[in-house]
Design a protein around this ligand. Structure first.
Ligand code: ZN
Length: 419
């Protein structure tokens, strides 16, 4: 599947700081220390509704990671999937009377446009679940061969689905660090099927779902059907990045069960150590202090904001005003502050000469490299803009230098307002 066009990322003079990130599994913040080619996998959307600010915050978080890795001299092999076979997609297609495949393709196109609007760097491999069914079938076969998966007795309800024994790896739970009670609750809430009769244990995860009436299917040795959710990311990531890749990313609601099982499936199938070195999670975005959700009907979509004339850079600055690991709210006040900030920065940059840019850019890099401290990073640029607007002209090339750094490292464009 094609990705989206990449914005140009200018080189920033001076020296990059080594990137440190918080790893959910260890609970520690440490240097990523990737090889020359850094490897990152970020879980993509289920394409049935266009990009809201919660999605945007997640992909913008990993866009910063990408930009900082580039700044530090790495090439980045970035892989993202789209879960274009899943229950929510079928339900929406059914409700709207459209074909699930058309709905998925249309929403994926809208997502690409939104990412391009926000100047998000595209993944090298943008992969649809429907393109990788053979990879899933292969991995389910490996898990069955190793005795880490089983077929449910069809006498139970007529469907011989394949499930994963959740205790198959010795350290299951290491990624999320959830307690048994937290696992049970999250599994039920986030797409699991604890009450499915015929499973050995409520937490065992679906690997292959035999076709039900009206559902799409693909051939497999266990009958026509479709993949479970976690195995999809497991197979896509392993086959493109190998095991022990640098960063597995996504929203914090993916820490369990999705990332735990994606990791466990690949570890059980290969026996080759851990799936990823860092598990990085972006927090949730609310609206005016209330959780943003489809059921509450309070989603703020990137497309709608943009149509109302909100600059993409203002959306980026609004979301970056809080730390990526902190649940936070979008509001008119956040939007106003971001607009004011973008205006100040642009006025300062347009002066040409300004306060010392070398020190400001070094501080900006240092803040971002410290587990993406965006509030600190924005404060650095605010101080530089304030000093410049107060009349400091000590650095003749400051405007261009700061604009370049803000563009490359924050993805914030301070040239002419556009789009
Ligand atoms: Zn995933």
């Amino acid at each position: 599947m094609h990705s989206w066009p990449s914005p140009v990322v200018p080189a920033v003079p001076g020296e990059a700081a080594p990137l440190r990130l918080h790893d959910t599994a260890s609970g520690r913040t440490s240097e990523v220390a990737a090889d020359r080619v850094a490897r990152m996998y970020v879980c993509g959307i289920t394409p049935y509704d266009t990009t809201h600010l919660g999605h945007a915050a997640t992909y913008l978080t990993f866009d910063l990671v990408y930009r900082l890795l580039l700044d530090a001299g790495h090439e980045v092999h970035y892989v993202q999937n789209t879960t274009d076979v899943d229950d929510p997609l079928f339900e929406r297609a059914e409700r709207d009377g459209v074909d699930w495949k058309e709905l998925g393709d249309r929403e994926t196109d809208l997502f690409r446009e939104d990412m391009e609007t926000l100047r998000v760097l595209p993944p090298r491999d943008y992969v649809a679940a429907t393109e990788t069914i053979d990879e899933v079938v292969e991995m389910v076969g490996e898990l069955l061969e190793r005795g880490t998966a089983y077929v449910v007795d069809p006498a139970v309800d007529g469907y011989a689905d394949v499930y994963y024994r959740h205790r198959a790896t010795p350290d299951f739970g290491y990624e999320s660090n959830y307690t048994a009670a937290e696992m049970a609750e999250a599994f039920a809430e986030r797409g699991g099927d604890p009450d499915r009769a015929g499973k050995e244990h409520p937490l065992d995860a679906l690997l292959w779902r035999v076709q039900r009436p009206g559902e799409p299917s693909w051939p497999s040795p266990w009958g026509a059907g479709r993949p479970g959710w976690h195995i999809e990311c497991s197979a896509i990531a392993r086959n493109r990045l190998g095991m022990d890749f640098d960063i597995q990313g996504g929203g914090s609601d993916l820490a369990f069960p999705h990332h735990e099982f994606s990791a466990a499936h690949a570890e059980a199938a290969t026996g080759e150590g851990r799936f990823a070195r860092f598990y990085v999670h972006a927090a949730m975005i609310g609206l005016d202090g209330v959780k943003m959700s489809k059921s509450l009907g309070n989603l703020v979509r990137v497309r709608e904001l943009h149509a109302q004339g909100v600059e993409p850079s203002v959306i980026r600055l609004g979301l970056a005003a809080g730390h990526y690991r902190q649940d936070r709210s979008w509001s008119d006040a956040v939007l106003d502050e971001a607009r004011t900030r973008a205006g100040n920065w642009r006025r300062a940059v347009d002066r040409g000469a300004g306060a010392d840019a070398t020190a400001a850019v070094a501080d900006l890099r240092a803040r971002l490299a410290d587990d993406l401290d965006t509030p600190g990073a924005l404060a650095v640029v605010d101080s530089w803009a304030d000093a410049t607007l107060a009349g400091d002209e000590s650095d003749p090339g400051a405007g261009e230098a700061v604009a370049t750094a803000v563009d490359a490292l924050l993805g914030v464009w301070l040239g002419d307002e556009r789009g």
